[in-house]
Write a protein that binds this ligand. Sequence first.
Ligand code: ADP
Length: 243
Amino acid sequence: MITLENVSKSFGKNQVLKGIDLTVNKGEVVAILGPSGSGKTTLLRCINHLEKPNKGKIKIDNFQVDFSRASKAEILSLRQKTAMVFQQFNLFKNKTVVENVMEGLIVAKKLPKEEAFKKSVELLEKVGLGNKLNSYPVQLSGGQQQRVGIARALALNPEVILFDEPTSALDPELVGEVLSIIRTIAKEGITMIIVTHEMAFARDVANHVVFMDEGVIVEEGNPKEIFQYPKEERTIQFLKRFS
Ligand code: ADP
């Protein structure tokens, strides 16, 4: 349902992604693990084109873009199939919680305001923030802000939600509430790709685990294959740090 073929990205002379091939099936929850600097975030950003790959192809839901000759319109169409949840939440600070979720529905989905409001309220209730509709981000905890970020991503009804270390900016006591929401939506069959350092969470929630190092996928498989029976030395060494 999502395929990446030879996706490559350099920043100057630094080749950060060295020809990534990856297939993600519909409804899969993919956890991307790996040491800092291995290219995980860049890979996510290439999938929704916050970074432009130098070459390679990405196909989502039968719509393929070849980055060696992609038009802006094609790239925009591909991007609209994805939604991103950021490490630093990236909410509009001058908009209320409900307005943050409505924005994408009005601008990208062209919904009338009343409809956008109704849908946003439903989603905010789902993430446990029905009582914070008119608050501003600064009035919320980090965990609550991230839940707004998740509601905003869900509102776009994307083919895939991309989570970039969604709990790494949170105080430890707030991590659980965010992971629990992600766990809930994972059960609903939404395709998700999650860059995370939360090993226990990856083991429980993901059904496809990818280990990256130095811009390549070293090893991938189901959680049992990667966490219990890793084959590659680099994976074994990495996982040791968390045991
Ligand atoms: P990870 O998410 O695995 O920690 P990243 O994808 O963030 O890794 O980064 C991989 C490498 O790419 C790092 O060496 C980083 O410095 C470099 N990099 C990432 N983004 C940029 C950028 N916008 N400009 C230059 N170098 C970048």
